[in-house]
Every structure is written in structure tokens, then in C-alpha cells.
Design a protein around this ligand. Structure first.
Ligand code: PLP
Ligand code: COI
Length: 366
């Protein structure tokens, strides 16, 4: 088992894999992020020594010094990607190279040691092979890979660490939203921000998600599913959800999505949908869109559909938008729209190997 970085992965088979009948029971309805596999990957980094000791081994708790830098200053990044079961019982990854690139960009923003992209890719392949029996088969389910990196230096001074631990764990997943919700209701966060100019919004670091938890809690308390964030400067431009990008579909079929910058995560699903839409001749604008305009367009019928997208959420229709001071409007009839459904199906069919893959997005693992 080798990778282009000339590092060879050691493999230690789990000595206590979950019994087959228990695994089968869990895979029937895994939900999201609750069911974990038998193995994990670890790779270590030390300044002067570089990346070393890549291993696939039994999934087990970490032992850490309580002064490990990540526990104090949140020097941590992660990724999320899925392995899909193919019709013939194999497995494939979707655009894992894009996740490897984004992981490196996140590492740079958090002043962490960048992991070579080929090591990222090989670590994902290794875990998918080790945990091949954990890839669920039913439509809408997959093996969700969670690569992440933490600062493991034992030091309380505030500076970039010189030791890092890279880990990949895997989780058998179904739908991100309970019961595979047909559409979601969003809560507009008007006083909490997710990311500001010059901040870490475009990096996939745990701190961004920590900042989103209180507004997300507020959204739930208001009876909504997810929070949607506005820009921090003018508090009017729509940015993204806590874990998803957003698209708007107008009555002429054209689409708008907020432009990337340093406050929005460059989603791989977003990029894939832009490509698919462009190739279908859909007119696209990566353009700022305000909350007031969204409300006006939804009320006048100029806006027909809206959806959120991401690896975990795939493509999820937005049915209703609410916020403070009585802000409340429906999108279309509140249910899934036709164009949203068509784009979702095109994407999912490529991911699952049910449609041709003209962009070479799918990599067969075994
Ligand atoms: N925006 C945020 C904040 C996210 O956490 C995610 C999920 O990864 C996305 C957007 C969508 O990104 P992707 O499509 O690469 O999963
Ligand atoms: C993903 O879609 O992979 C995400 O990371 C979103 C969320 C689960 C944090």
C-alpha cells in the first residue's frame, strides 16, 4: 500500500469489528454522523521530520496531553466527502481531489502544515477499502469520510504548532435532515455573524462551526431547521448556511448564487452544480443577492425555487424563510421545485455511477 509521497500505509486489522448482524441493523437507518466504522487512518507530522507513520488501524479513542494546542486555540481543520456503493458492489469517491485541495488551502489559512494532496487521497482510499462493508447501498446513503487535522504540540504559547495529527474516520450515513425532509425552513440571523472579511469563512475549520452553534440554536428555538447568514458589513447580502451553500432559481429558469470570497466556503457541490447547470444552458449569475430582494422576488413570483447544497445535505429545497420582526415568506408552494429536483438527480446519478461522468469526477476505489 503506497502513495506518491513515498510513504507506505501500515495496516492493522481491527481485532474487534462490530458483529455482522449488529452492523446490518445499524445500516438499515443510519441517520447522519451517528454510526461509525471499525477503522481509522492516522498520519503524524513533526517539523523537521515531515509527514510520517501513516496507518490504518482499529478505531479507538485518542490519548492527548491536556496542553495540546488544539484544545486551547482551536487550530483544527476538516473535510467531508462521500464514498458511494456502485451497482456492481464496488465503491467510488466523488471529487476527492477537490477536497484534498481545499484541505490544503484550509491548512494554509490556519497556519498548519499542509498535507500533500496524494496522501489525503490515499488515506481516503485506504479507509474505504478497510471499511468496505460499511458502505450502505440504499439510495441517499453513503460512507461519509471525515478527514481532519489537529495541532498536537504540547505548548500554551499562542503560535502555530510544530506537530500535527491527521486523522480520517468514516460514518455510514443516510439523509442529513431527519426523515429526509422534503424542504427546510431557514431562520435569517440578523445579529450573529458566521464570518467576516479577512476571517476564516472560506476555510473549513472547526471554529467557524462553533460560531454558528448559537445562531443555529436560535433557529431551532424559532421552529426553523437551519440558520442562514448575511454579510457582516451591510447585513443585507445572503452568504450561506452554517454547513451549506445556497442557490436561487428565478422564473425564467436562470440561477443566482452568492459569489465566493473570504467569507463563504467554496463548496464542491456548489461548483459541481454550477458546471451541470452551465452545461444545460442555464443562465447563471454568481452575484450578491439581498434578503430584501429575496423576499420581494418570492412574493412577486419572480423567484420560483431556492435550495441549499453540500456534501452532507446534497441538494435540499428551501420551503420557507423566517426572521425577526415578522419576516416570513414562502418559496413557491413550499415544496421541492422542478429545476431543483432535476439538478439534484443529475448530480446524484453521476455520484452513484448511474449516469455518464463527462467531467471525470468519479474515482473507482475498488
Ligand atoms: N458551506 C459550509 C459552511 C459547509 O460546511 C459546507 C459543507 O461542507 C458547504 C458549504 C458545502 O461544501 P461541499 O459542497 O464541499 O460539501
Ligand atoms: C459537509 O457537508 O460535509 C459538511 O461538512 C457540513 C456539515 C456536516 C458540517
Amino acid at each position: 500500500m503506497s502513495s506518491d509521497s513515498n510513504l507506505t500505509f501500515a495496516f492493522e486489522q481491527s481485532t474487534s469489528p462490530l458483529p455482522l448482524n449488529e452492523r446490518a441493523r445499524l445500516l438499515e437507518d443510519p441517520g447522519f454522523g451517528r454510526v461509525f466504522t471499525d477503522h481509522m487512518v492516522t498520519i503524524r507530522y513533526k517539523e523537521g521530520q515531515g509527514w510520517h507513520d501513516p496507518k490504518v488501524h482499529q478505531r479507538r479513542p485518542l490519548e492527548m496531553d491536556p496542553a495540546s494546542a488544539v484544545l486551547h486555540y482551536a487550530q483544527e481543520i476538516f473535510e467531508g466527502l462521500k464514498a458511494y456503493r456502485t451497482k456492481d458492489g464496488g465503491a467510488s469517491l466523488f471529487r476527492a481531489d477537490a477536497n484534498a485541495r481545499r484541505f490544503r488551502a484550509s491548512a494554509e489559512r490556519l497556519a498548519m502544515a499542509p498535507l500533500p494532496e496524494d496522501l489525503f487521497l490515499e488515506s481516503c482510499r485506504q479507509l474505504v477499502k478497510a471499511d468496505r462493508d460499511w458502505i450502505p447501498e440504499s439510495e441517499g446513503s453513503a460512507l461519509y469520510l471525515r478527514p481532519f487535522m489537529i495541532a498536537s504540540s504540547v505548548f500554551l504559547g499562542v503560535r502555530p504548532a510544530d506537530e500535527y495529527l491527521y486523522i480520517v474516520i468514516a460514518s455510514s450515513v443516510g439523509s442529513y435532515f431527519k426523515g429526509g425532509a422534503p424542504s427546510v425552513t431557514l431562520w435569517v440571523s440578523d445579529h450573529f455573524n458566521r464570518a467576516g472579511p479577512g476571517g476564516t469563512g472560506a476555510a473549513k475549520c472547526g471554529g467557524n462551526y462553533a460560531a454558528s452553534l448559537l445562531p443555529q440554536k436560535e433557529a431551532i428555538a424559532e421552529g426553523c431547521d437551519q440558520v442562514i447568514f448575511l454579510d457582516t458589513v451591510e447585513k443585507k447580502w445572503i452568504e450561506e448556511l452554517g454547513g451549506m451553500n445556497v442557490f436561487f432559481v428565478m422564473d425564467d429558469g436562470s440561477m443566482i448564487t452568492p459569489p465566493l470570497g473570504d467569507t463563504i466556503l467554496p463548496g464542491i457541490t456548489r461548483d459541481s452544480l454550477l458546471t451541470l447547470a452551465r452545461d444545460r444552458g442555464i443562465s447563471l449569475r454568481e452575484e450578491r443577492y439581498s434578503i430584501d430582494q429575496w423576499q420581494a422576488d418570492a412574493r412577486s413570483g419572480r423567484l420560483r425555487e431556492a435550495f441549499a447544497c453540500g456534501t452532507a445535505a446534497v441538494v435540499t429545497p428551501i420551503g420557507r424563510v423566517r426572521g425577526r420582526d415578522g419576516l416570513d415568506f414562502m418559496i413557491g408552494n413550499g415544496g421541492p421545485g422542478l429545476q431543483t429536483e432535476q439538478l439534484r438527480t443529475s448530480l446524484v446519478d453521476i455520484q452513484r455511477g448511474l449516469a455518464p461522468d463527462p467531467y471525470k469526477w468519479v474515482e473507482r476505489v475498488f
